[in-house]
Design a protein around this ligand. Structure first.
Ligand SMILES: *[C@@H]1O[C@H](CO)[C@@H](O)[C@H](O)[C@H]1NC(C)=O
Ligand SMILES: *[C@@H]1O[C@H](CO)[C@@H](O)[C@H](O)[C@H]1NC(C)=O
Ligand SMILES: *[C@@H]1O[C@H](CO)[C@@H](O)[C@H](O)[C@H]1NC(C)=O
Ligand SMILES: *[C@@H]1O[C@H](CO)[C@@H](O)[C@H](O)[C@H]1NC(C)=O
Ligand SMILES: *[C@@H]1O[C@H](CO)[C@@H](O)[C@H](O)[C@H]1NC(C)=O
Ligand SMILES: *[C@@H]1O[C@H](CO)[C@@H](O)[C@H](O)[C@H]1NC(C)=O
Ligand SMILES: *[C@@H]1O[C@H](CO)[C@@H](O)[C@H](O)[C@H]1NC(C)=O
Ligand SMILES: *[C@@H]1O[C@H](CO)[C@@H](O)[C@H](O)[C@H]1NC(C)=O
Ligand SMILES: *[C@@H]1O[C@H](CO)[C@@H](O)[C@H](O)[C@H]1NC(C)=O
Length: 739
């Protein structure tokens, strides 16, 4: 691995569909054969509160930091689509954690957005432990928000609940470690560069980059409520601009609601998808001359109420006939749900990612340039742990509703039009299927009548709240958290909340904050996929239809009511300056035992006879034109043998400077223009590096390098050895077409 001057990761609707069943069935066989599986189975006191009147001309201490959190891009399942075939085999773009620290002189808070499918409870707890070790009580669960961009092309393996462990081959140390280390490093960098600065806010609409993927569910919401909104997804982007006291920009943080699923489930390359690409473009723009992932300016693009929001704006079609899919159940007359797929604006998934990422970036850039509304006022934060299986909410004078033990419905296994399940499940199922229910009962047991009633009309596929072997299948304890930066309130939501559910939550929090007199000017945003992953949150009305999102609302039909209740209480505590009176709530478990890892150790590397690691198997051509793609293949080792790959690169594209006679790196594996593919075969593995030559690339001589490590046995001892490969020199000439 080459060191770079400086050089992460994600999931969606746990469109964990097929994967789970596939694995369950595989496990069923294992059960029969081996009888292995028996299925029967406080923090330091917060600084005392300051005055509630926002000071004029507020300046803050501001720190921004970005760090690589990419894990080994090989053999580990990608987190998001729950497609068992979708295992990492290379890098399209690297994954980063981006941290923003703000301090008002009395209080301090941290917001992190990481290129990861979601923040899991395990990941958050490990990060908080590491922050405690490094900074003592400065950064704690109440003043740290961790949010995922929801890329579906980051590594899995960072969960402690059984369902999510199953869908990512277990709890994988080599996968969670770079995430924890990367997030902590981004906070550390932000911490070290805290300096006085100002914050400005701006909002604007991105009209062309999102569609509702469950419009039928959305239509179930009351008409008068829908009529208050022009669209069935939230188009608004919110931007915070951070400057130093001279007015020079140091960073930007934004929120926008769209699934990071422009890359589809056939992709095997680690990628930050559309939101990560927006960060990439903005950072390249503000850090001129720097390689990707380097430079002081940090641009965070955070997820929001994206539960029912797809970037595949051409919408769903039956791939066999080109006809529209059934509106209610998103299935095709011939071929079922699997063939009903939504496509993005591009010719392929890379182009769709580029277009959506660019749209998001262009709007952010414009909003950033014109942000002149200064944010002032004190910082506030409130956090609570809640046992989400037993929240009771009084809806009127006679009626109390309750959340349920977690369970997933049949339509969970149908997946979505952004990535369907392989079996014959369809969305919108309000009745079970005797065939699958029979298999479930035989494998994991029947859901209790109590749970079935509680989740009605959801036909339960997995009664995860009643499955505890070898560890609970879903979390019971979740985080609710709000942070306030002067006139901006950020609601950290532990899952994927739909458009309308998110609007209700924002309104509730805003009303509560405003009702107390302060915070008249407050703008409320939802930060999705934060702190702990609990799948989806729909409205009660959307839930009734049991499309994918409703079937994945795991705490039952009143999940949203319960959240409204809990977040209202947080908002009230903040507005009344009584946060210290909030109960901390039941601490989540940190499992030490029974975490399982189904991922085999990376095998010893093989190579063709008479070759060496790094040898070229397929050479470049001598001459290319701007806009062409270069490809070169090397004898390679397994990238898992490269250990901690953060801030390194598997790839370098170098240009020859004929004045100085030296080679200079112009692209790494973090670059959009490069793709690093790792292919494993029975006779060894190889690495193909592709370079999509930009039309603006200077005409010159170039060469491509590949860096890696291979493992061999010396007697009984495994030995890891670094290697390097080098292509022939080739020339890039001005393109005939682009001149
Ligand atoms: C989907 O709904 C249509 C009617 O809208 C129905 O004809 C079809 O059978 C349904 N498909 C499945 C698989 O349930
Ligand atoms: C995924 O994208 C590729 C093009 O990049 C396309 O060939 C393929 O059909 C897509 N698959 C699905 C299921 O969308
Ligand atoms: C959550 O509440 C349920 C119902 O009261 C209880 O059985 C369960 O033990 C609680 N979970 C935890 C982790 O405290
Ligand atoms: C209370 O709410 C329940 C459920 O929504 C409803 O059935 C009942 O009529 C309501 N009662 C009153 C007094 O509004
Ligand atoms: C799914 O497939 C199974 C087995 O082929 C069948 O018994 C079942 O009825 C099917 N379910 C639906 C909803 O088509
Ligand atoms: C649910 O209730 C029915 C009838 O009340 C009973 O026959 C059945 O055994 C119960 N199922 C479970 C899992 O308790
Ligand atoms: C490997 O190299 C040796 C020595 O140059 C040669 O004798 C042998 O035939 C080569 N084997 C293969 C498979 O090319
Ligand atoms: C790289 O490895 C794959 C899988 O073994 C193989 O199919 C392919 O031909 C190899 N490529 C080259 C150039 O040797
Ligand atoms: C050096 O490179 C530049 C641009 O690639 C080219 O125009 C020039 O002719 C080269 N000079 C020599 C001495 O090769």
């Amino acid at each position: 691995m080459a060191d770079r001057k400086s050089a992460c990761c994600g999931f969606s609707a746990l469109e964990v569909t097929l994967g789970v069943l596939f694995i369950l069935m595989t496990m069923a066989c294992v059960t029969l054969i081996t009888v292995m599986f028996t299925w029967k189975s406080d923090p330091a006191p917060a600084p005392t509160s300051g005055p509630t009147l926002p000071p004029q001309n507020q300046t803050y201490l501001i720190g921004v930091g970005r760090a690589d959190c990419t894990g080994p891009p090989a053999e580990i399942p990608l987190m998001g689509y729950a497609n068992p075939q979708q295992k990492a085999a290379g890098i399209h773009t690297r994954l980063y954690s981006r941290a923003f620290i703000i301090d008002d002189g009395g209080r301090r808070l941290v917001f992190v957005t990481a290129d990861v499918g979601m923040i899991s409870q395990r990941l958050r707890l490990e990060v908080l432990q590491a922050l405690q070790l490094k900074f003592g009580d400065v950064y704690r669960q109440e003043n740290v928000v961790l949010s995922g961009t929801h890329t579906h092309c980051g590594l899995g393996g960072f969960f402690q609940y059984t369902l999510l462990m199953i869908s990512s081959s277990g709890y994988i140390r080599e996968s969670i470690k770079p995430l924890v280390d990367g997030i902590v490093r981004s906070v550390d960098i932000a911490h070290r560069n805290l300096r006085p600065g100002r914050i400005y806010r701006n909002t604007g609409n991105i009209d062309d980059s999102s569609v509702n993927r469950s419009p039928h569910s959305y239509m179930r919401n009351p008409q008068d409520e829908r009529h208050r909104y022009k669209y069935d997804t939230d188009k608004q982007m919110m931007v915070l601009k951070f400057t130093d006291l001279d007015g020079d920009g140091i960073g930007m943080l934004s929120w926008f609601a769209v699934h990071a699923v422009s890359m589809n489930y056939t992709n095997l390359l680690v990628s930050s998808d559309n939101m990560g690409h927006a960060s990439y473009l903005m950072e390249q723009d503000k850090n001129p001359g720097e390689l990707p992932g380097q430079g002081g300016f940090v641009a965070g693009f955070s997820s929001s109420n994206l539960g029912d929001v797809s970037p595949n704006i051409k919408g769903p079609h039956c791939t066999n006939t080109g006809q529209p899919c059934d509106f209610l159940n998103s299935s095709c007359p011939v071929g079922g749900a699997k063939l009903c797929t939504a496509f993005g604006p591009g010719e392929d998934m890379f182009e769709s990612t580029r277009i959506i990422g660019r749209n998001i970036y262009m709007k952010a850039k414009e909003l950033y340039a014109n942000a002149d509304q200064e944010v002032s006022g004190f910082l506030h934060f409130a956090h609570q742990w809640v046992n989400m299986t037993e929240v009771k909410v009084q809806v009127n004078s006679t009626h109390t509703v309750s959340t349920c033990k977690p369970a997933l419905g049949h339509s969970f296994a149908a997946g979505t039009t952004d990535g369907g399940g392989d079996l014959n499940f369809t969305q919108g199922a309000v009745e079970g299927d005797p065939f699958w229910d029979g298999i479930r009962d035989a494998l994991v047991g029947e859901p209790s009548n109590e749970t079935q009633e509680c989740h009605h009309p959801k036909p339960i596929l997995f009664s995860t709240g009643e499955m505890n072997w070898p560890l609970p299948w879903h979390p019971q304890i979740i985080d609710v958290q709000i942070i306030i930066i002067g006139s901006i309130a950020v609601i950290a939501v532990p899952g994927e909340i739909t458009t309308m559910a998110g609007r209700r939550l924002r309104d509730t929090v805003k009303q509560e904050l405003q009702s107390q007199g302060s915070f008249q000017d407050v703008e409320v945003v939802i930060s999705g996929l934060s702190n702990v992953y609990t799948h989806y949150i729909t409205t009660f009305e959307e839930y009734q239809l049991q499309r994918y999102e409703g079937a994945s609302t795991i705490y039952g039909p009143h999940t949203l009511s319960a959240y409204l209740h809990k977040y209202r209480a947080l908002a009230r505590a903040i507005a009344q300056d009584q946060v210290s009176d909030l109960p901390v709530g039941p601490q989540p478990p940190f499992f030490e035992k029974s975490l399982f890892n189904l991922l085999p150790k990376a095998a010893v590397d093989k190579k063709p006879v008479n070759s060496s690691f790094g040898d070229v198997l397929q050479q470049v051509y001598p001459v290319y034109r701007q806009g062409d793609a270069v490809s070169v293949t090397f004898v390679a080792g397994n990238p898992r043998h490269s250990g901690d790959i953060r801030d390194k690169t598997f790839v370098a594209v170098e240009i020859y400077d004929n004045r100085t006679g030296t080679w200079e790196v112009v692209h790494t594996d973090a670059s959009w223009e490069t793709r690093f593919h790792w292919l494993k075969g029975s006779r060894g593995s190889n690495a193909t590096v592709e370079w999509y030559i930009p039309v603006a690339a200077p005409s010159a001589s170039y060469r491509i390098k590949h860096f890696g490590h291979y493992k061999q046995m010396k007697g009984l001892r495994p030995v890891i050895t670094p290697y390097e490969g080098l292509s022939d020199v080739f020339t890039v000439k001005a393109s005939f077409y682009y001149q």
